[in-house]
Design a protein around this ligand. Structure first.
Ligand code: 1HN
Length: 356
């Protein structure tokens, strides 16, 4: 048997007088805040929200006339959870932003303890260099900047195309702020030296095989670009070969090939396909999750609120909010959350509900 926690005690006059006397000693009564400190279930201040790319793109392009990537260091519009403005947070633990790099621009080399992911949203011809290896970025690619790895970005164009490139940044900034464990430094060079050929890490670790002798010991995946063409192909095959999960459609999580766990120690990532006409059942989980729509259209019903999504939109599902996904066109969604951290702590909970 479980019961609801006790109601909060009354704040009587004599109690208030007592609180006033203990406050100068930096003391406070637990019994006034216990109910809020240990809620019966998650009580996130965050709310669901959707950012429409069609609305944001012109504003992003406008920012390119205001400031260069170099002056900005990173030219990004931060996606803030509307219920917690001013904290550069899309959930309590995660940061998200849309970054723009114009043809010919460079975002200078630096490194920090915060881990980052890039999910390419719009345009091609940009590259990022991470720890001495460069990768060309295409829409739908999932790219990792591990903690403390040097990284710089540029846009030299490719295949005769020079166009603006936009990606979704996901970082564990609020988590690092919580731990007060952040360090950062700028590189002497604006653009770091490339030390290995493009595709080297994927060749070594990206084919269900790994080198018999290697020295990769970091907790982050040795693969730093998970190309969309490969992940999309897996989903296309799955769709032909099996029925979709009633809650998730066809959903795959990205893995670190050395561990089978999440590719980043602090952020878990997924790619899912919702078949045309899919009407999912309701599920919820304690990891607040950010979604980026790659293809197709549909609806996310989040805590009873309806959000219609289309290509390149971003939306956030707060911790423990019931989520029901449906698709009017075949849709592909990328998503990320702090799931590996909650799993390491043994606190992740999720529920797959049987809708009536
Ligand atoms: C950062 O280094 C990047 O390297 C993007 O592209 C966003 C947000 C806060 C702090 C560092 C990048 C960032 C960031």
């Amino acid at each position: 048997m479980t019961t609801a926690p006790q109601a909060q005690p009354d704040t009587t006059a004599d109690r208030r007088d007592y609180y006033d006397r203990i406050r100068p000693l930096n003391l406070t009564p637990l019994w006034e805040s216990l109910h809020a400190l240990v809620p019966r279930e998650p009580q996130t201040p965050c709310v669901p929200a959707l950012w429409r790319y069609d609305e944001i793109r012109p504003l992003l392009m406008e920012s390119a006339a205001l400031i260069t990537a170099e002056e900005a260091v990173r030219r990004v519009l931060v996606l803030e959870n509307p219920a917690i403005p001013g904290r550069s947070s899309i959930t309590q633990s995660l940061y998200a932003g849309l970054q723009l790099i114009m043809p010919g621009e460079v975002a200078p080399s630096h490194r920090h303890v915060q881990s980052a992911l890039r999910f390419i949203v719009d345009g091609k011809g940009a590259y990022t260099t991470v720890g001495g290896e460069r990768t060309t970025m295409y829409p739908g690619d999932f790219i990792i900047t591990p903690s403390w790895a040097w990284h710089d970005h540029g846009n030299e164009g490719i295949e005769g195309v020079a166009e603006p490139v936009v990606w979704l940044d996901g970082l564990d900034i609020p988590m690092l702020r919580f731990f007060d464990a952040g360090f950062a430094e700028n590189d002497d060079a604006k653009v770091q030296q490339v030390a290995r050929p493009e595709g080297h890490s994927l060749a070594r670790f990206g084919h269900n095989m790994v080198p018999v002798r290697h020295d990769h010991v970091a907790p982050t995946s040795p693969i730093f670009n998970y190309p969309y063409v490969r992940s999309r192909e897996a989903l296309a095959q799955l769709q032909k070969q099996e029925a979709p999960d009633a809650w998730l459609g066809h959903k795959l999580r990205y893995v670190n090939p050395l561990t089978g766990g999440a590719p980043m120690p602090t952020i878990g990532t997924n790619l899912q396909l919702l078949p045309r006409g899919f009407a999912g059942k309701t599920h919820r989980a304690t990891d607040g999750t950010v979604y980026s729509v790659v293809e197709g259209r549909g609806t996310a019903e989040i805590g009873g609120q309806r959000f219609d999504f289309g290509p390149r939109d971003t939306f956030v599902v707060p911790s423990w909010a019931p989520l029901r996904l449906s698709a009017s066109e075949e849709a592909v969604l990328f998503s990320f959350s702090d799931r590996p951290v909650q799993q390491a702590m043994g606190v992740l909970r999720e529920a797959f509900l049987q809708d009536a």
